[in-house]
Design a binder for this molecule. Structure first.
Ligand code: PLP
Length: 401
């Protein structure tokens, strides 16, 4: 029988992004757990890639969504009507953000937000060139794609791309390439898809100084690192460096589509002037997503999840470093953003599949498939971490045998 099961129809009617989707049919999800249609339960150690930071269907988030849905969903393109959930969320984000970053321009996806940030930099500086980094990932719209640190993905679309110089991530000596022709530097403070790469403590401060010296704007892409993932609200705070703009998405909406630029109000005002409506969007700051995002921030505060993130992250990092598997090359990370680098991508894939067969969901990274990522929800318990390490160990023993 073909074309009858949901899996058949998924492959037939839903556009695919690769020829090897795992096709796990989700029935429901709760906390750190996914339940598939065949009755199997999985410990979710990737959180939809750093999205469900307070776990699946947290009761407070669900209640906030239900309440908002019953009042209104969409009423007008972003920026026209006063919608309380947007206002409250923007105020809340400003209250925990690095000093000076006090205004949120709402959008819907991470890629779109990076595009908008690049536009803002051009409007502000009058310059048109950018600096990005090798192995960076910022999304797949034209501006974000221009800053994609992989020629393999980028170079098929030359007509669409902006003028970008790529530097090696983490190399302070290379920063001299930034000069006064550069509008902005777009950087992930911790590279995610590049393989969970954490810069040394001096790197981001050196980058800040170079931007100050040349007048280039510093944009931190905190689409993955934001909303607590590195143990602070923003990685900017973890590293003690304040950029000119932060781009946010993923964890911002706690599972609902939401993104935004966080910057000083006078910088964001460039979208409203010369000409007005310089960047507009229909669904930016969707009120239901904003209600979810605000509830999730309250959960992070009230359940002390920044502290939990640091504590469980340190424990996992240490445990991962002690896994007795010959193919582990390196273990690294910060907060609950952890990478276990294998000697090769094939071994990583075998471990990932063996873990899934045991009920643990982990994944590799887009640009470095030899690296297995762990990014569980920030409210993961120690017991769930213990279970994950047991599954990982068993998966590695299976692959070693
Ligand atoms: N920036 C970073 C650092 C990301 O990891 C991603 C997605 O993985 C994006 C941007 C793109 O976000 P979106 O998929 O919402 O466009």
């Amino acid at each position: 029988m073909t074309d009858n099961t949901l899996a058949d129809k998924f492959l037939r009617y839903v556009g695919q992004t690769s020829p090897f989707a795992p096709s796990l049919e989700v029935d429901r999800a709760e906390g750190s757990w996914l339940f598939s249609a065949d009755g199997t339960r999985y410990l979710d150690f990737i959180s939809g890639i750093a999205v469900t930071n307070v776990g699946h269907c947290h009761p407070r988030v669900t209640r906030a969504v239900q309440q908002q849905v019953s009042r209104y969903a969409h009423t007008m393109v972003y920026g026209e009507h006063i919608q309380a959930p947007q206002v409250h969320l923007a105020e809340k984000i400003a209250s925990v953000a690095p000093a000076g970053l006090d205004c949120v321009y709402f959008l819907t996806t991470g890629a779109e937000t990076n595009d908008a940030a690049l536009k803002l930099a051009v409007k502000r500086t009058g310059r048109r060139r950018f600096v990005a980094f090798r192995d960076a990932y910022h999304g797949d719209t034209a501006g974000a794609l221009s800053c994609f640190g992989s020629a393999h993905f980028r170079d098929q679309f030359p007509g669409l791309l902006a003028d970008v110089i790529f530097l090696p991530f983490g190399d302070s000596d290379a920063l001299s390439a930034i000069d006064d022709t550069i509008a902005a530097i777009l950087i992930e403070p911790v590279q995610g898809e590049g393989g969970i790469r954490v810069p040394g403590p001096d790197y981001l401060p050196a980058l800040r100084r170079r931007c100050d010296a040349t007048g280039a704007l510093l944009i931190f892409d905190e689409v993955q690192t934001g909303f607590g993932r590195t143990g602070s609200w923003f990685a900017a705070q973890t590293f003690g460096v304040t950029p000119d703009l932060i781009t946010m998405a993923k964890g911002m909406g706690a599972g609902y589509p939401l993104a935004g630029i966080l910057a000083p109000q006078e910088l964001i005002y460039h979208f409203a002037a010369e000409p007005a409506f310089s960047h507009i969007t229909t669904f930016g700051g969707h009120p239901v997503s904003c209600a979810a995002g605000l509830a999730a921030m309250e959960v992070i505060e009230q359940e002390d999840l920044l502290e939990n993130c640091r504590a469980q992250g340190e424990w996992l990092l240490q445990q991962a470093g002690e896994l007795p598997f010959d193919h582990i090359k390196d273990v690294r990370g910060i907060g609950l953003m952890i990478g276990i680098e294998m000697t090769d991508a094939q071994t990583a894939r075998k471990v990932i599949e063996s873990a899934r067969a045991r009920g643990l969901i982990i994944e590799s990274n887009l640009l470095n498939e030899a690296v297995i990522r762990l990014s569980p929800p920030l409210n993961i318990s120690r017991g769930e971490c213990v279970l994950a390490v047991e599954h990982l160990r068993a998966a590695m023993e299976h692959v070693q045998a």
